[in-house]
Design a protein around this ligand. Structure first.
Ligand code: PMP
Ligand code: GLN
Length: 382
């Protein structure tokens, strides 16, 4: 057996969702909406399914979707990307992350990662024989420690992989932080893998800025989006990578060896989605902002320390004010078993045991009645 894989635990999202099911808990753990995505997107996929569009699509994605990804890049960010040479469609952002890492990393190369980090990053970097260099944001403000980040880059750095808007912190990287990262990338002549799956889920006027739009970054960034988040269809697993034509052939070869292609009918649905009008995208974030506010207010009333969320599906809370005696894993287990509400322990997003262990992450991509019921259960429990 591969020792790196046997040392990798089952993902926390699967563990907590199973525990929620076992205890009849409301699942505010794993980040998936309890409402469906846009009807026209689903209809377009269903029509393609019935239309006999069911055989292998082109390796890099169906033309309609590559064109839609390109148009979306131009509309929202002014990024010009050739749909025939600079877009690769993958089976979810999860595959996209692996494909981008495979495209640039050789064994022994260093890859900078920012903690807390999404749970697939570290195992994949290690599987490729690359060396992770971890830099930690410190709560509650999750500021970028600039000196530490600079020190993590060196002659062996090949790439940085990071996520904005960020899971689980809800942080949106500022223009100044991105400029700092861009300088390091240029100085060390390396690449960035930009996990931007929550690009449209920002609140309070926060705007997502792709690192790719900064000077000198167009050729160095692999920008990743996900239909799961942008269309509330997390089970579809359709992701898309935008990158320079010099990188795309290697990204495509990685995709060729991972999955080769992605369900063509779903791709056609996502193409319709990316062409939706601006109101759709504005409504997506304003709808989620209202859910965030509802959950944040209720959690604060119960006594949680509620950290600000600028983007994503998630609120991070400090549960110490509740007087709970135990770490985040114990807290999330007790909350599931006793209060019948499930959250995710934030230590799952850290590589080592010295992580802060007093935070629990709640997902707010849920119906209002579900949020209210979860809050009522927790109110009765504390
Ligand atoms: N990156 C981050 C930060 C995520 O939260 C997720 C969760 N869905 C993914 C990547 C994976 O996205 P997908 O479902 O499209 O594979
Ligand atoms: N991205 C989702 C989350 O953070 C979960 C995805 C998964 O279950 N792997 O909750």
């Amino acid at each position: 057996q591969n020792s790196l894989l046997s040392a990798t635990g089952t993902t926390i999202f699967t563990i907590m969702s199973a525990l929620a099911l076992e205890h009849g808990a409301i699942n505010l753990g794993q980040g998936f909406p309890d409402y469906d995505g846009p009807e026209d997107v689903i209809e377009a996929a269903a029509a393609a399914l019935k239309d006999g569009r069911n055989q292998y699509p082109p390796l890099t994605g169906v033309p309609e979707l590559r064109q839609a990804v390109s148009a979306h890049n131009r509309r929202f960010y002014g990024i010009e990307a050739d749909p025939n040479a600079e877009v690769v469609v993958t089976s979810g952002a999860t595959e996209a992350i692996t494909a981008c890492l495979m495209a640039v990393l050789n064994p022994g190369d260093e890859c900078v990662l920012i903690e807390p980090l999404y749970d697939t990053y570290l195992p994949v970097v290690k599987l490729l024989g690359a060396v992770p260099k971890l830099v930690r944001l410190s709560p509650p403000k999750w500021e970028l420690p600039r000196a530490e980040l600079a020190a993590a880059f060196g002659p062996k750095t090949k790439a940085i992989l990071f996520n904005t808007p960020m899971n689980p912190t809800g942080k949106v990287f500022t223009a100044a932080e991105l400029a700092f990262i861009a300088d390091l990338i240029a100085k060390h002549d390396c690449y960035a893998i930009c996990d931007e799956v929550y690009e449209h889920l920002t609140f309070d006027g926060w705007k997502h800025i792709p690192l790719m739009t900064l000077p000198g970054m167009r050729e160095r960034c692999m920008r990743i989006g996900s239909a799961g988040k942008t269309f509330s269809l997390t089970g579809w697993k359709v992701g898309y990578i935008t990158c320079d034509r010099s990188l795309a052939p290697n990204v495509a070869k990685a995709h060729q060896n991972l999955t080769f292609t992605t369900a063509p009918n779903l791709q056609r649905g996502v193409a319709v989605g990316l062409m939706k009008d601006d109101d759709y995208f504005a409504g997506l974030s304003s709808g989620l902002q209202a859910r965030r506010d509802r959950l944040a207010k209720g959690l604060a009333e119960i006594g949680f320390g509620v950290l600000p969320t600028q983007g994503s599906y998630f609120i991070t809370t400090d549960f110490r004010p509740l007087g709970f005696n135990g770490d985040d894993v114990a807290f999330c287990r007790a909350l599931t078993e006793e209060a019948k509400v499930t959250a995710i322990p934030v230590t799952a997003f850290y590589a080592s045991a010295d992580a802060p262990s007093h935070y629990a992450r709640f997902a707010f991509c849920k119906g209002e009645a579900v949020i209210d019921e979860a809050l009522a259960r927790m109110r009765n429990w504390v």
